[in-house]
Design a protein around this ligand. Structure first.
Ligand SMILES: [Zn+2]
Length: 370
């Protein structure tokens, strides 16, 4: 237990989310509980993680989640670990919610993305089709998020582009996709900034200046690619070329990187589709699986193409994960570390009241809001 890295999870506490401010003490080593000196509440070490209030040992949960994330069918896990199917499904949901929180906290922070590739994946199971749209930053292979829907339409693509926008700074950005027209519309609708107000009325929104969009369309005949058409749909051709060159050294515009990621997701997701006749439940279980597979891909999987020569002599190869390449972390995470990571809650906001503020409130604001 480490009281320097723990923080108070109480949503009403002024100290919530603050680390290393001396307000957290160890309350009980036996029960693994901390106490917040500010609000006086105690909380367990696992509060806010998938392990919270679970009867099973964390090691078992980690093993099961690891198997799920690599596409092991839940039925196999039920048989091997003597668990109830509902328990496995509950752990999958808990782990997926954790992954989504970690993704929002660490990946969806504005940065210079350069080139982004996006594509949609068709997951078929028992007579129905579910679409999973995915996006990645090409240079770091970082998965930027995804969206799941029963229809391959503009709403699906808009939700995907919203994830990309969360992770992007308003800097030159190139999106490379297949021929689906919805990307161009969604990109222009989502990537906008308010411009300086002239006169009265609502502030006008303007599409980001450096936004480029290109398509790579493959024509097939008998399952083989017979022709590839590359089109720059918006943005300056010189800028498109510069952004592409910065992201990868391959000679032409392509969607090869996202296609490789798609193959990984397809392999791991199809096993996770629950055997249920209801399409909505199947869609939900694919969405849970997507966050799990994607976040473990980002933080817990080293990529051969990302490895670099070490600084010290002898200059050994250093393995890197997409999260390391994007400077989100300095080491490869274990699945246990990912599941134990406590995402701090948003900072405390003093209550809005009329009239004079009490001395006590002023002190609290000075201590926790500055
Ligand atoms: Zn507290």
């Amino acid at each position: 237990m480490d009281s320097h890295t723990a923080f108070c999870p109480n949503p009403d506490c002024p100290a919530k989310g603050h680390e290393g401010k001396g307000n957290i003490r160890i309350h009980s080593r036996r029960d693994q509980r901390y106490k917040c000196q500010e609000c006086g509440q105690t909380f367990t070490q696992t509060k806010g993680t998938p392990f919270y209030r679970l009867r099973h040992q964390p090691e078992v949960v980690v093993q099961v989640v690891t198997l799920l994330a690599w596409g092991c069918p839940p039925q196999a896990i039920v048989a091997a670990f003597h668990l109830d199917e509902r328990t496995v499904s509950d752990w999958q949901q808990r782990a997926s919610a954790q992954c989504q929180q970690v993704h929002q906290h660490l990946v969806e922070q504005p940065r210079d993305l350069g080139e982004v590739q996006a594509d949609e994946l068709r997951v078929k199971r028992q007579g129905a089709v579910v679409w999973v749209a995915l996006a990645m930053q090409t240079a770091t292979r970082l998965w930027l998020g995804g969206a799941v829907s029963e229809h391959r339409d503009r709403r699906l693509i808009t939700r995907l582009i919203e994830h990309v926008r969360q992770a992007a700074r308003c800097l030159p950005l190139l999106l490379v996709t297949d021929g689906l027209a919805a990307y161009g519309t969604a990109l222009k609708r989502v990537c906008r900034e308010p411009v300086a107000r002239v006169g009265r009325g609502r502030r006008r929104l303007q599409v980001w200046a450096g936004l480029c969009y290109a398509q790579v369309i493959k024509r097939y005949s008998e399952r083989r690619v017979v022709a590839v058409v590359r089109r720059v749909k918006s943005g300056d051709a010189g800028r498109v070329e510069a952004l592409r060159h910065k992201a990868h050294s391959e000679s032409v515009l392509n969607t090869a990187f996202i296609e490789r990621l798609n193959a990984t997701f397809r392999q791991r997701l199809s096993a996770l589709v629950r055997r249920t006749p209801a399409l909505a439940r199947r869609t939900a279980s694919i969405e849970h699986g997507m966050w799990l597979v994607g976040t473990i891909y980002n933080f817990c999987t080293a990529h051969e193409s990302l490895r670099v020569r070490g600084e010290t002599v002898p200059r050994r190869w250093q393995e890197r994960t997409p999260a390391m390449a994007a400077c989100l972390t300095d080491h490869l995470w274990s699945v246990k570390e990912l599941l134990s990571y406590r995402v701090p809650p948003s900072r405390w906001q003093p209550p809005k009241r009329r009239g004079r503020m009490s001395r006590e409130m002023k002190l609290k604001i000075m201590q926790w809001c500055t």
